[in-house]
Design a protein around this ligand. Structure first.
Ligand code: AMP
Length: 215
């Protein structure tokens, strides 16, 4: 199954669920614009923009960046995208979900479900390419050459919020603020639960199958 899809999709899942990796792949196959608030915030922080300066302390301590800052970012990106977006990391709480409803109609919400012990292990083993942002896992998806990206040869780094202490805070924020969104979207009958266990390929295939009725 491939080709463009004309739908707006939200990808939900705890940190470490493979959300970002799946979002990159799904958006390419389905011809959707991938919008990751985490990537956009890290980019703003790296560039030292006014938004980046405000967001830095929140991202580095694993807390949510204030809604109004993130919503502005989303409005700009969704407005500039054509038909069909894949939102990765937004919304993160009920207030953001309500704000999103005023910006765009969401057709489906994919929730990648996975147990917490596995998440801590995955996150602390995660490495990201400094240049092209490709994601590796030292256990399950290691690079061919230690510390170097297979795709572009760039340096692999650990995200500053992937340390054990910050990971615990991010999981707490997820449980308290983001998890209630699954019930919200369940009530709207647009939630699709996906089992996040297994390889990247297995989760990808499960997700693609679950989207078939929408195509
Ligand atoms: P992620 O890459 O999705 O794990 O996001 C990394 C960090 O960016 C989060 O821990 C938050 O600090 C911040 N962030 C990303 N998306 C949002 C959002 N929708 N609302 C608030 N903060 C966010």
């Amino acid at each position: 199954m491939s080709g463009d899809m004309d739908a707006n999709i939200v990808l939900l899942g705890p940190p470490g669920s493979g959300k970002g990796t799946q979002a990159s792949r799904l958006s390419k196959t389905l011809g959707l614009t991938h919008i990751s608030t985490g990537d956009l915030l890290r980019e703003a922080i790296g560039l030292g923009t006014p938004l980046g300066i405000k967001a830095k302390e929140y991202v580095e301590s694993g807390r949510l960046v204030p809604d109004e800052l993130v919503v502005e970012l989303i409005k700009e990106k969704v407005g500039g995208a054509g038909d069909g977006v894949l939102l990765d990391g937004f919304p993160r709480n009920l207030e953001q979900a309500r704000m999103l409803e005023e910006i765009v109609k969401i057709d489906a919400v994919i929730n990648i479900d996975i147990e917490e012990g596995e998440l801590v292990r995955r996150l602390t083993q995660r490495r990201t390419c400094k240049s092209c942002k490709a994601v590796y896992n030292l256990d399950s998806n290691p690079p061919v050459m230690n510390g170097k990206c297979d795709r572009c040869g760039g340096d692999l780094i650990q995200r500053s919020d992937d340390t054990e202490q910050v990971v615990k805070e991010r999981l707490k924020v997820y449980r308290e603020s983001t998890l209630p969104l699954t019930e919200h979207y369940q009530r709207k009958k647009i939630l699709i639960d996906i089992d996040g266990k297994g390889t990247i390929e297995e989760v990808y295939q499960r997700t693609m199958r679950s989207l078939e009725p929408l195509r």
